[in-house]
Design a protein around this ligand. Structure first.
Ligand code: UGA
Length: 436
């Protein structure tokens, strides 16, 4: 059992803090937002994440997990301090390290004995060393400490499962003593440990996200070629993915990647490269493809019904992916304004992200949590997120509800034969058009 303080109660801090408590540690999660901390102490979770509430409540009850705004006390009481604060994207594409630097300063000011300071936020290469120097600058006396980089690989929507069953733990450390302490707390996770230096650990996080984004843009480019040559990208991806050197995951063509990580981290990596005079051309191409891909559903819809003005469009899915209410960089944020600009009326479905979406679209669209209600009185349908309710749609019923039986599917949710049998005009990504 270790005493751990976690700085920041966003996705990374809250989920990893909760999981460290779940495996038996004494964890204090800290945030400067008093309202958030008060709600967390009552077991109210600020994010939608399947299963998280139950585990948070259980660990609060069993007194392994507490939440506080008293950051100095939490730091002083801890043996290990995790930094899990946000690193938003600055105007330049660079990661904004304001929160990380502030936390490092507070840690320095409260360093009252040997501690391991662990960075879990996604930070540019060199930040570990920067944290080290800020702590040194603000600490009084000659108190020993070590800095470790232990990046997070969880996905939103399956964060708890990803953390409890982590595929690997990357531990970049400045000393064996610190590396061993962090290895020890990972033992109950029974995972593969990669030990390295600070810089490599920081790079692994960016390289992993950038590679996954590359896989998505690659398959989307292939999808666009498939459409022109009469191939089916889902079969192409299946055929490629069976090669174990390629792997089947992250080869789902669609309307591009969104969320709080890939768009930000790909840009940050270009910036990191520029800092060392390297032009990361491939990453720029990955981003360009992603931008192009988002608008594909709009161009496809305009190809089918040339005039969108006055048409009612049922838009299924607002969040950037299923099982989350996160709207950050969701493709819907660009697609819906483009459809509104064409003069269309939008009836939108999302079971979870309705309120988060309202902050962006206000009263410009109508919001629904019942998928069939969304389709009622609509002319055509556009699919942006592959929610379970969408995947389980009865296509005959969809046909009967739409005034024009048109689906433009940005997530390849349905079998082509199924769409054909339901007499739908069905256009998806990288696959032959049905009944066009
Ligand atoms: C991503 C990574 O998968 C995590 O490993 C990482 O820890 C996290 O970023 C982070 O850095 O914090 P996340 O953004 O939650 O996780 O979501 P993903 O499941 O990776 O999906 C990202 C986007 O890619 C979504 O918009 C999704 O629709 C899209 N995607 C994914 C595709 O278009 N095709 C695919 O085959 C897979």
């Amino acid at each position: 059992m270790k005493r751990i303080a976690v700085m920041g109660t966003g996705y990374v801090g809250l989920v990893s803090g909760t999981c460290f408590a779940e495996i038996g540690n004494q964890v204090t999660c800290c945030d400067i937002d008093e309202g958030k901390i008060q709600r967390l102490n009552e077991g109210i979770i600020p994010i939608y994440e399947p299963g998280l509430e139950e585990v948070v409540k259980r660990n609060i009850k069993e007194e392994r997990l507490t939440f506080t705004t008293d950051i100095p006390s939490a730091i002083r009481d801890a043996e290990i301090v995790y930094i899990g604060v946000g690193t938003p994207m600055a105007e330049s594409g660079e990661a904004d390290l304001t929160f990380v630097k502030n936390v490092a300063k507070t840690i320095g000011e409260n360093l009252n004995g040997y501690k391991v300071i662990v960075n879990k936020s996604t930070v540019p290469v060199g930040t570990g060393k920067l944290v080290q120097s800020i702590i040194k600058e603000h600490s009084t006396g000659n108190v020993e400490f070590d800095v470790v980089s232990n990046p997070e690989f969880l996905r939103e929507g399956s964060a708890l499962e990803d953390t409890m069953n982590m595929e690997r733990a990357v531990i970049g450390a400045t000393s064996d003593k610190a590396a061993n302490i962090i290895k020890e707390i990972h033992e109950p996770f029974n995972t593969t440990i990669i030990s390295t230096n600070l810089e490599s650990a920081e790079m692994i996080k960016y390289a992993a996200n950038a590679f996954l984004a590359t896989k998505i843009s690659f398959i989307n480019d292939i999808a666009n070629i498939c459409e022109r040559v009469g191939a089916d990208v889902t079969k192409v991806a299946e055929g490629m993915g069976l090669d174990s050197r390629i792997g089947a995951k992250f080869l789902q063509a669609g309307i591009g990647y969104g969320g709080s990580c890939f768009p930000k981290d790909t840009r940050a990596l270009i910036h990191i490269a520029e800092q060392v005079d390297y032009d990361f051309k491939m990453m720029k191409a990955v981003i360009n493809t992603n931008e192009y891909q988002k608008m594909k559903v709009v161009t496809k819809l305009k190809d089918i019904i040339s005039e969108l003005k006055g048409k009612t469009i049922a838009v299924l899915g607002l969040a950037f992916k299923p099982n989350t209410d996160d709207m950050r960089d969701a493709p819907s944020l660009e697609i819906i304004p483009a459809l509104l600009k064409e003069g269309a009326k939008i009836q939108a479905f999302d079971p979870i992200a309705k309120e988060a979406a309202r902050l962006h679209f206000g009263d410009a669209i109508s919001y629904h949590t019942d998928v069939y209600e969304t389709l009622t009185n609509a002319d055509v349908c556009v699919i942006l997120t592959e929610w379970k309710d969408v995947l389980e749609l009865d296509l005959n019923k969809v046909h009967s509800l739409l005034s024009k039986p048109v689906i433009v599917d940005g997530r390849n949710c349905f079998d082509l034969k199924e769409a054909e049998a339901a007499n739908l005009i069905y256009h998806s990504i990288g696959r032959p058009e049905v009944n066009s």
